[in-house]
Design a binder for this molecule. Structure first.
Ligand code: TMP
Ligand code: ZN
Length: 453
């Protein structure tokens, strides 16, 4: 192995080396490594994709990590502007507003400002308003919503191409990894943060301790850390094997996050399950010694994890068995349709779509194309499976008989929107948790159960 891949010998949370091998997907290309169409893809780089459980702290982790510079310096994943994601981002603002004391901070700032205007006190300077710092802020869609609620915001994201877009949109964003040095620079310029937020970012960060050290640098004494991560219990129960790919180094339970944060003087004070990305948790943590008290939601979810046996081998081995069965069923279903002369295409070209096709052994022999709303992906081919990506407009002109719903986390929204396709006899295969064929006659609750979103 060259210097681009690092073997994970000891756990990145607790340092133990007692691993359970859960699943191996062999050596695969990066899920976001979209390629220009070519006659041959012989030179395509692949990297080992194995996932294991740390039996000590319960971290589910990749056993090989690809150098983050290869993964993230130029990033094609642009935050979705879909309806359901916009709704979710609004909910995150509301949650943080209630749970992270932003309402109180904003109120104090407003009163100071009013008092200042009345000549009663010094006018509130910018440092007196609540500050939100988001790491992995992408093009700034989430921060924009905080800004509209009157808060000050700073984004930190390593992908220059996305940082440029965020700044052009007026969301101040620094091109950097969120580390103690970049956190200190943000504090120097703006003061400490009332809220440090990381949405769907933690899984991408190999050095978890350095990340939490950066949080420690950035966070005000009474500030709150909020992280949103895909939830391990949902991953296991809903067979979401395609969310396992090189960018996602870690798959978290609440118990493991409690243990990680505790090592840095932070304690989890609240948690909320949210449906985004197939099931996620938003975890709130505050400094030991701060005035924040722990809500009952924390003990409740820890108890659920205990009852689900998350600290034992069983749920992981059962998950691996189901994944072998489900990937086989998806491949069989698609191959049978193609053999019957049906045209099959992918709906969406998300990174997990690349992962799904590779895990199922499907590719350009079975799928005509994948349609995706992201302009950066148009005219490329998917890594590994080499299925061409086109725009939804192009896809409408050559609609297939069946869409394999690769963007299954938006199943409700997409299936509702594609009623003309369904009315014309088109069908969807929703691949997880159990491969399910959805047509015009399928009842909505069955679709919902299939999508489990
Ligand atoms: P995500 O699950 O990581 O947000 O990625 C979703 C991908 O699916 C992204 O590439 C955009 C694409 N997509 C569509 O092509 N059509 C849609 O209707 C939606 C919601 C997403
Ligand atoms: Zn561990």
């Amino acid at each position: 192995m060259d210097g681009t891949v690092r073997f994970v010998a000891t756990c990145r949370v607790c340092g133990a080396d007692d691993w359970l091998d859960v699943l191996s997907f062999g050596s695969t290309p990066l899920a976001n490594g979209f390629l220009k169409p070519a006659d041959s893809y012989d030179g395509e780089a692949t990297y080992p994709l194995d996932v294991g459980l740390c039996r000590d702290c319960g971290l589910l982790s990749l056993r090989h990590l690809v150098d983050p510079r290869i993964l993230f310096d130029h990033y094609v994943y642009v935050s979705s502007d879909s309806r359901s994601m916009a709704e979710h981002m609004g909910r995150v603002v509301d949650l943080c507003w209630q749970r992270a004391g932003l309402a109180r901070r904003a109120d104090l700032a407003r009163r100071a400002d009013l008092a200042g205007r009345a000549g009663l006190a010094r006018r509130a300077g910018p440092a007196e308003g609540a500050l939100v710092v988001e790491f992995g802020s992408n093009i700034g869609l989430q921060l924009d919503l905080f800004r509209r609620r009157g808060l000050r915001t700073v984004g930190v994201d390593p992908a220059r191409n996305l940082v440029d877009v965020a700044n052009e949109r007026g969301v101040e964003t620094v091109a950097a990894y969120f580390e103690p040095a970049s956190a200190a620079a943000v504090v120097g310029a703006h003061g400490t943060a009332d809220l440090v937020l990381g949405r769907q970012a933690l899984a991408h960060i190999p050095d978890l301790h350095r990340l939490v050290e950066a949080v420690d640098v950035a966070l005000a004494p009474e500030g709150v850390l909020a992280v949103e991560v895909p939830y391990l219990l949902d991953l296991l129960e809903r067979n979401q094997f395609d969310t396992i790919y090189h960018e996602h180094a870690s798959y978290f339970s609440l118990g493991t996050l409690c243990r990680l944060f505790a090592q840095h003087g932070l304690r989890v004070v609240d948690v909320e399950r949210v449906p985004v990305h197939g099931g996620s948790i938003v975890v709130f943590a505050a400094r030991d010694g701060s005035s924040w008290t722990v809500r009952p939601s924390v003990a409740r979810l820890l108890d659920l994890e205990e009852r689900g046996g998350l600290r034992t081998d069983r749920p992981y081995l059962e998950f691996a068995d189901r994944v072998r069965r489900v990937t086989g069923t998806i491949a069989e279903l698609v191959r049978d349709l193609v053999a019957q002369g049906q045209r099959v295409a992918g709906y969406g070209a998300p990174s997990k779509g690349s992962a799904l096709l590779l895990a199922c052994g499907l590719g350009a022999d079975e799928l005509d194309f994948c349609s995706d709303t992201t302009p950066l992906k148009h005219g490329t081919v998917l890594p590994g499976s080499h299925v061409p990506v086109c725009s939804p407009e192009q896809a409408r002109d050559r609609a297939p008989d069946v869409y394999l719903l690769l963007a299954w986390n938006y199943a409700d929204e997409i299936i509702a929107r594609e009623r003309d396709f369904l009315a014309a006899g088109g069908r969807f295969i929703v691949p997880v948790p159990e491969p399910t064929v959805v047509g015009a006659g399928t009842r909505r609750d069955a679709v919902h159960a299939a999508a489990a979103s």
